[in-house]
Design a protein around this ligand. Structure first.
Ligand SMILES: *[C@@H]1O[C@H](CO)[C@@H](O)[C@H](O)[C@H]1NC(C)=O
Length: 322
């Protein structure tokens, strides 16, 4: 019954992508059990976040549970932040678009992200940087690549006139992440890539050159494919599939790679659980028809497990009223 936080997390803070990634599951649990307590718990998280002052409209990655104040002003759409934004959007979608508070929080958040974190490189690649107390680190993590799919998935609920813009932003992020794959020898992307010191979409530090079978890039290809049917997304997904077969297949399974720029595989000897749950699931769906797990009926949670979109009766009421 006692909670403790990571000692490294900004003075014992809680992490945005942890407390912000309970919403879908807890709402569904209340729906299944008929017990509202789970929904009440996660709604309180949202109430707390709504009341807090946000620097430049951004959500820092750390929040101290004792003081109720933000920790370090680090903002990221990658590790520590990512799925918080994903769950705002998906809370709105899973509620049959009745959860308008989630919708507003999502579009306010991504507007601030676009203003303060999204930049274009000199050759025209759009990327999402990391924000540290107002200074930008021009680095984009593989984890951050999921955001292309998120922008596209939310596009048709965007404030007036912005739907096409968010779909295009999703496509631009997908293109940048594809470049990060294409600029390696293995044709699989590094853990993080940079846009500084004359490089674009390339990992420059040895400890950012690994690929551990992560799904975020093919996740974005799936949403882009479903929403645009531009055949390049299937082409890019097939390149990744072939690269996985050529470079990650080992006796007994698939392994991560220690350095995607080397001419020879150096295996880490680990098959992460998200490889089956996410990476292969998204690839399978890209090469399936749209009526297999249609996006109108299913939400993929942040580990690509399925949750049904709740039919609130809103649509039926609309039909009856008409
Ligand atoms: C991918 O890389 C290949 C070989 O380096 C290059 O010829 C090709 O133009 C690149 N494709 C894209 C879309 O950048």
């Amino acid at each position: 019954g006692i909670g403790r936080n990571w000692p490294w997390a900004s003075g014992g803070s809680s992490i945005l992508a942890e407390f912000g990634t309970l919403h879908l599951e807890f709402m569904h649990l209340s729906h299944l059990s008929g017990n509202p307590i789970f929904a009440e718990k996660v709604m309180n998280i949202r109430t707390v976040l709504n009341k807090l002052e946000k620097p430049q409209g951004l959500y820092p990655n750390y929040l101290n549970p004792s003081s109720g104040q933000w920790g370090q002003h680090h903002v990221s759409v990658g590790g520590l932040g990512d799925s918080f934004y994903e769950y705002l959007l998906k809370a709105w979608l899973m509620s049959d678009k009745t959860d308008l508070e989630a919708k507003k929080m999502y579009f306010d958040a991504i507007q601030a992200i676009e203003t303060h974190l999204i930049r274009k490189s000199s050759s025209g690649l759009t990327y999402i940087a990391e924000w540290k107390g107002g200074l930008l680190e021009h680095k984009m993590g593989h984890l951050t690549c999921f955001a292309g799919g998120m922008f596209a998935l939310g596009a048709d609920g965007a404030p007036e006139g912005l739907a096409q813009h968010y779909l295009e932003l999703g496509a631009e992020i997908a293109r940048t992440c594809h470049e990060s794959y294409n600029r390696t020898f293995m044709k699989l992307g590094p853990e993080a890539f940079r846009f500084d010191g004359g490089v674009e979409a390339i990992a420059t530090r040895q400890n950012e050159k690994y690929y551990i079978l992560r799904p975020e890039v093919v996740e974005t290809y799936l949403y882009m494919w479903r929403l645009t049917h531009d055949p390049k997304y299937r082409k890019w997904a097939w390149e990744a599939t072939e690269a996985l077969e050529s470079h990650c297949r080992v006796n007994g399974g698939y392994s991560g790679l220690r350095d995607v720029y080397l001419l020879h595989e150096s295996y880490d000897d680990v098959q992460q659980s998200f490889f089956l749950a996410e990476t292969l699931k998204y690839l399978y769906l890209i090469f399936s028809d749209d009526d297999l797990l249609p996006l109108e009926h299913w939400i993929f949670n942040t580990e690509a497990h399925l949750l049904p979109i709740l039919r609130t009766g809103k649509k039926e009421v609309e039909i009856r009223e008409n």
